[in-house]
Design a protein around this ligand. Structure first.
Ligand SMILES: [Zn+2]
Length: 126
């Protein structure tokens, strides 16, 4: 079975995935570095000031951002691995072809629109 995507379309998606991968890795490094520095600053400042709640919140935000980035990096890594396989661009749930237009926007999409909507609704209602 061959994918509905042409070689050119795959190449384009691969370039897009690699671009996002390197951009995300950089962002992630920045956030993780920021967290380490914030922790160091806290050790130094804690004795004199009492704005710990604010610092804790900054840290939460950084951590949440890092979580999203780690998650997306995982998806991108998986997509890059699947790129050469016959099932790239096919919905992992129902096997339907994911249109190239959707993949252009979200090259690491693993589900067709119908399954993604179902999945998101399920997550929201969880
Ligand atoms: Zn599907």
């Amino acid at each position: 079975m061959t994918s509905h995507l042409t070689t050119g379309q795959r190449a384009l998606l691969q370039a897009e995935l690699e671009l996002r991968q390197s951009r995300l890795s950089q962002q992630l490094a920045t956030h993780q570095e920021g967290r380490t520095r914030a922790e160091h600053a806290r050790d130094v400042l804690e004795r004199d000031y009492d704005d710990a709640p604010q610092r804790a919140m900054d840290r939460e935000v950084d951590m949440a951002l890092s979580d999203i980035e780690v998650q997306e990096l995982g998806l991108i890594g998986r997509a890059l691995k699947r790129l050469d396989g016959d099932d790239f661009g096919l919905c992992t749930v129902c096997g339907a072809e994911i249109p190239f237009d959707r993949l252009k926007v979200e090259p690491h999409a693993e589900r067709c629109v119908a399954c993604a909507t179902k999945f998101e609704t399920a997550v929201r209602n969880y």
